[in-house]
Design a protein around this ligand. Structure first.
Ligand code: HMG
Ligand code: MG
Length: 338
């Protein structure tokens, strides 16, 4: 079994999609570059979703354009020289850059952005559905079945352009509207994504409801549905096919990581500084959606459990400090503008 853990930092996407203020695209690009210099395996850079639904990420195409410009516009904020390099200079060293795509229209916008750049800056796309019908409708205006149908052309186009496809399932433990979700429902949707042809599945505990026992139960159900070649198997070549995406609402995410490591999961999402939250997962009383497990906590948990990852702690601290400053400035700006 692989003793290495794969880490995807989702701060530029999950971290910024729910912020009230406006964040300049150049500063988002700076964050992506700082994260690329930390040693994480992947950075989820943005979403090609409807700007009416998520205005915060309506600049996805522009962001891709900025990521291939060298040098970046001066943003200050202590970005390191290595983080400022053109991402295309060192395609082997740089981590994978990925983005969310809900439908063919978003996929076409992503392909256009890559073509303008002249290479596949975003080399992996993430489609997203849920194990809860209510959440699926609130998040994407579609039933689970309809989201899967929307993904068909996305997967076909991704294949044509040689891009990887991650399939997210939200609400794998509980839904903010329906409450507890049966592990069988998660297994069912995961199986549909696998049959659709995704390369990776990503199981999202959207509201951080998980506990080690419920996470284990959910992973077992998924394993039964898709097999050990997808999750919890012994083959290092398939060890990174399943990712766990935890939000840390109740401070239990690190215990859930430990339970998942014991189960055989070797790939996790996290966000620098613990930013994050889905705008359509806010509690019915209007409370803010919770943040992801912080990358710093994930790295500590993974190392304490005896596994390796390539994250440089000092570089991650710099990226996290920048991410927090970005969000603090945006919140201050939105309060002043209110
Ligand atoms: P819709 O309104 O039903 O879309 O939204 P539509 O197909 O009816 O089209 C309506 C208009 O939107 C049209 O424009 C389309 O062209 C346009 P008009 O003709 O009226 O001018 N449109 C688009 N524009 C830009 N990009 C697109 C796009 N698609 C349509 N891709 C849709 C359906 C799925 C688009 C919408 O609901 C949406 O964008 N939802 C995204 C919500 C979102 O991003 N949520 C957060 C991410 S998921 C998450 O955070 C969970 C996760 O972290 C895991 C976890 O924690 O569980 C991943
Ligand atoms: Mg999330």
């Amino acid at each position: 079994m692989a003793d290495r853990v794969r880490i995807t930092d989702v701060a530029p996407r999950d971290g910024l999609q729910n912020e009230p203020g406006v964040i300049a695209t150049a500063r988002k690009a700076e964050l992506v570059r700082l994260l690329c210099a930390t040693g994480v395996d992947e950075v989820e850079a943005t979403s090609f979703v409807s700007p009416r639904w998520v205005p915060q990420l309506g600049d996805a195409g522009e962001l891709v354009g900025l990521l291939v410009q060298s040098p970046l516009p001066e943003g200050g904020d202590g970005a390191s020289a290595s983080a400022r390099r053109d991402l295309s200079e060192d395609p082997i060293q740089r981590p994978t850059l990925s983005a969310l795509v809900p439908n063919e229209k978003g996929m076409q916008a992503l392909i256009d952005a890559n073509e303008r750049a002249g290479w596949s800056v975003i080399s992996k796309v993430s489609v997203f559905t849920a194990a809860s019908e209510t959440f699926s409708r609130k998040n994407t205006n579609a039933s689970i079945g309809e989201t899967i149908e929307r993904f068909r052309p996305v997967v076909e186009i991704a294949r044509r352009y040689g891009l990887g496809v991650r399939g997210y399932v939200s609400c794998v433990i509980a839904c903010p509207f329906e409450g507890a979700i049966a592990p069988g429902a998660v297994a069912d949707v995961t199986g549909r994504l696998v049959r659709l042809g995704v390369n990776e599945i990503d199981l999202g505990d959207t509201i951080g409801a998980g506990e080690p026992e419920t996470v284990r139960g959910m992973l077992s159900a998924v394993q039964k549905a898709v097999g050990t070649e997808w999750i919890g198997g012994l083959d290092p070549s398939t060890a990174f096919r399943t990712t766990l995406h935890l939000h840390d609402t109740f401070g239990r995410a690190a215990d859930c990581v430990q339970a998942a490591l014991d189960f055989g999961v070797r790939s996790f999402d996290s966000s620098a500084g613990g930013l994050g939250g889905c705008p359509y997962a806010s509690t019915p009383d209007g409370g803010r959606a919770p943040g992801n497990i912080s990358t710093q906590l994930l790295v500590r948990t993974v190392r304490e459990a005896g596994y390796a990852c390539d994250v440089d702690d000092a570089a991650m601290e710099r990226a996290a400090a920048f991410a927090m400053r970005l969000v603090a400035d945006a919140r201050r700006g939105s309060e002043e503008g209110a």
